[in-house]
Design a protein around this ligand. Structure first.
Ligand code: AMP
Ligand code: GLY
Length: 468
């Protein structure tokens, strides 16, 4: 099977490695020469990931039999539509379906039209003139959210990113005057989790739940980033997330896919729900129309015993054997090695030397992101997330310890969040959730309006099939 991968980050490297393990031949289309992808690919095309015309021509000339699109921008630009029009099976929704990610306003309006529960309170000023009044009327802490894609970096949270509402007003107005849209959303308190699922004609199949670390610095300080690292737990839940809440979140995914279908938008591919587990149960922060980066790397790393190529082809065509949706019962921790200053004033161009065999000996995989080859065992850091180190073990903190040991084999000037996957950090998150649910705090009611009639059993075993 000959696969074309669109995109050049660590997530795409992880997808490519899983396909290569399943015996696939690989082609790559990306703007950057990712050293990990380049050494796997039979041929590669340097182009913008949104350049549908060149990608289709390349896929045809190289006889690609299927395409996996990694990032959101090509999905939003309709690259999957162009490939399907050329009769090449493609993993990822078309432009219409990808709006669930590319327009946060479309997403919130769609879910409101269909009464999908688990939404925070929100408003969206239609013009600059409405901003001040809407802000004044918002009587609780809020977040300011550009509607369009911002690579995870556009959201401003009251109390963290701004304290003076005047700054929020300036930010919101600056988006509106440029022709964009912006949302004010109730600021939710809780713990975040990412629930990704394969959406097929035969049902929705969840992956292990992952927690992403969005803030640039340890202790969840600093600005929002694309994600500094992530972990997943052996039972595919999280230390603070019981199966009942995972299943409620899955219900929200299912209802949302139904809402799209009811409006004539068939959705096939991967759907990623970014949730906040609050005292009132899971609330939706956003949808993504793809594997998360880094979360997809955790999930893909656990894919076994199935054939990943067969799985993705089934997702692309909509016809898939449900037995293929199985993931190992192991914990994972991923840490991104990033250039100094990433998340604020990034210093790119630094050299890293890494001893890959020694890293693998620690039981850790290296995925290449925003780096370029700079000689044997050496890479040059770009301006984004450089190397992902993925460790696996029975317990989360053991996987984290493995990644820390592997970091001893990476030399150079870089930043990494050492707190991801430590016992202390996991305890802090459990305690945070416990304090929100403590007596006196509002109890978490069952959101019966979203509980699917065919809700999965609340076991923590391998993912179950859910018809929708
Ligand atoms: P998004 O791009 O919508 O995932 O937002 C990026 C990050 O901003 C999320 O991962 C959260 O950390 C934060 N965020 C977004 N919406 C909210 C909200 N309504 N309440 C609190 N934090 C939020
Ligand atoms: N890690 C968040 C994302 O993939 O959007």
């Amino acid at each position: 099977m000959r696969w074309l991968i669109v995109g050049g980050g660590a997530r795409e490297h992880a997808i490519a490695l899983a396909l290569a393990r399943a015996g696939a031949e690989l082609l790559v289309a990306s703007p950057n020469a990712n050293p990990g992808l380049e050494r796997l690919a039979k041929a590669s095309l340097r182009c913008e990931a949104t350049d549908a015309e060149r990608i289709v021509a390349f896929a045809r000339s190289q006889s690609a039999q299927a395409v996996a699109i990694g990032p959101e921008a090509p999905l939003a630009a309709g690259v999957a539509d162009a490939l399907r029009a050329a009769e090449i099976p493609t993993v990822g929704p078309g432009k219409d379906g990808a709006r669930i990610e590319s327009s946060k306003l479309f997403c919130r309006e769609l879910l409101a039209r269909h009464g999908v529960a688990g939404q925070p309170r929100w408003v969206a000023p239609a013009s600059v003139e409405e901003v001040d009044a809407q802000l004044a009327a918002f009587d609780r802490p809020l977040v300011v959210k550009p509607s369009a894609l911002t690579a995870g970096k556009g959201v401003w949270v009251e109390g963290s990113d701004f304290t003076d509402r005047k700054d929020a007003a300036i930010y919101a107005k600056s988006i509106l005057v440029q022709g964009g849209r912006v949302l004010f959303e109730e600021k939710l308190d809780g713990e975040e989790f990412s629930l990704m699922a394969f959406v097929t004609d035969a049902g929705i199949f969840p992956m292990p739940v992952v927690q992403d670390f969005k803030r640039a610095q340890e202790g969840d300080l600093g600005g929002n980033t694309g994600g500094m690292g992530s972990y997943s737990q052996r039972d595919h839940l999280l230390p603070f997330l019981p199966a009942t809440d995972r299943d409620r979140a899955l219900g929200i995914l299912m209802r949302s896919v139904d809402a799209l279908r009811a409006e004539g938008v068939p959705y096939r591919g991967i759907l990623y729900g970014g949730f906040m587990l609050t005292a009132d149960g899971p609330k939706l922060l956003e949808f993504n129309a793809r594997f998360g980066d880094p979360e997809g790397i955790n999930a893909v790393g656990l894919y076994e015993p199935g054939d990943f190529s067969e799985l993705l082809l089934g997702v692309a065509t909509g016809r898939v054997d449900p037995n293929l949706f199985q993931f190992r019962l192991r914990s994972t921790v991923l840490k991104y090695v990033v250039p100094p200053g990433y998340g604020s004033r990034v210093q790119s161009g630094g050299l890293l030397t890494l001893d890959e065999p020694a890293i693998e000996e620690e039981g850790v995989h290296v995925l290449f992101g925003s780096v370029e080859a700079a000689g044997p065992g050496t890479v040059r850091l770009g301006s984004s997330r450089g190397l992902a180190l993925l460790g696996e073990a029975s317990a989360i903190h053991e996987a984290g310890t493995r990644v820390e040991a592997a970091l001893a084999h990476v030399h150079g000037t870089y930043y990494v969040r050492h707190d991801i996957g430590t016992k202390d950090d996991l305890a802090r998150r459990r305690e945070h959730m416990r304090s929100l649910l403590a007596p006196g705090a509002k109890p978490s009611p069952l959101p019966l309006s979203v509980a699917p009639a065919d809700a999965p059993p609340s076991s923590a075993g391998p993912p179950e099939q859910l018809a929708h």
